[in-house]
Design a protein around this ligand. Structure first.
Ligand SMILES: Nc1ncnc2c1ncn2[C@@H]1O[C@H](COP(=O)(O)OP(=O)(O)OP(=O)(O)O)[C@@H](O)[C@H]1O
Length: 293
């Protein structure tokens, strides 16, 4: 299948901050890919590299078979960044015309607005729209130039349930017609609603690249934390680490683990069981250092 965007062992630094650390990723034609990760994971940086707003410190980035810096390639993509500042005095219809004028092919204005549930706002000035309405306009604009590939950075942030659903429908319709999408989110639920493939990013690295179902199974883990010496081998432990004298065990089945721990007769204290964050779960599972106490 044709690769529309490719990152090859990409590193990106901002001063001392290593925002991306050896990321390799292919986005193929017709895919809808969710980029999942906590704040600061590197999601926006990766999008900025793909769309040519930034260059990698090392490694290679390709867009539509060429350089992301080539304006001709950029005509084939649509982008909604995390923050958009659209001119407050322009009407929604005028903004769609203005953005559309940059592209050789474009979606008819009425059709575009209809698709994203914005038809009623065509004559309204941007400055008078609610935050959620502005966000929907910004996302719709990514589709104006009939792109092959769309990048959406947290498209539904700040939207209520209904607006989110309308937006999802617009994105899905584009995908069903063969369009390719890379979108970011902090929530697996959001990605699940749209994408089959999810790429989990943490600390600038790809922690998992799999189906939503596989990732869900991986993150359904708990952290069992306790103080003990000479712990025996316990069932279902995916990773463990020793922090400030406490042993943290990551497991999919905390009940069984605790039962086996008690059965073993090993003295312990300060037992805690709590959910792991997505990042903790992935770091525990994927960290080689964390695999053994
Ligand atoms: N222009 C910049 N200058 C300095 N540091 C930056 C810059 N842009 C990003 N960073 C840093 O790079 C790291 C990755 O940031 P990035 O915005 O890519 O993460 P993200 O996954 O998109 O986060 P969020 O979910 O909060 O949007 C963070 O530590 C961030 O502070």
């Amino acid at each position: 299948m044709t690769v529309l965007a490719r990152a090859g062992d990409v590193t990106r630094r901002y001063g001392d901050v290593l925002a991306l650390d050896g990321v390799s990723l292919d986005i193929r034609a017709g895919e809808m890919v969710g980029l999942l990760g906590p704040n600061g994971a590197g999601k926006s940086t990766l999008i900025n590299l793909f769309v040519g707003l930034r260059r990698p410190t090392s490694g290679t980035v390709e867009l539509l078979g060429g350089s992301p810096q080539d304006p001709a390639r950029r005509l084939g993509i649509g982008v909604t960044p995390q923050e958009t500042g659209l001119p407050e005095t322009l009407r929604v219809g005028e903004i769609v015309d203005f953005v559309g004028a940059h592209f050789p092919k474009r979606v008819e204005k009425g059709e575009l607005l209809e698709r994203f549930g914005l038809s009623d706002l065509i004559k309204r000035q941007m400055g008078g729209l609610s935050g959620g309405q502005k966000r929907r306009v910004a996302v719709a604009l990514a589709f104006t130039g009939r792109p092959r590939l769309v990048f959406l950075d947290e498209p539904t942030t700040g939207l209520d349930v209904e607006a989110r659903r309308t937006l999802w429908e617009g994105i899905r319709a584009f995908h069903e017609e063969g369009g390719t999408v890379l979108l970011t989110s902090h929530y697996l639920e959001e990605i699940e609603a749209l994408a089959k493939r999810v790429v989990v990013v943490g600390h600038g690295r790809v922690l998992a690249d799999d189906t939503v179902d596989a990732v869900r199974a991986m993150v359904g883990v708990r952290r069992v934390s306790l103080v003990a010496e000479n712990l025996p081998e316990l069932p279902g432990v995916l990773g463990s680490e020793l922090v400030d004298g406490r042993t943290n065990l990551v497991t999919t089945d905390p009940d069984r683990l605790v039962v086996e721990l008690v059965r073993s007769g090993t003295p312990f204290s300060g037992l805690e069981v709590r959910p792991t964050t997505l990042e903790e779960a992935f770091l525990a599972i994927t960290s080689k250092e964390g695999a053994h106490v």
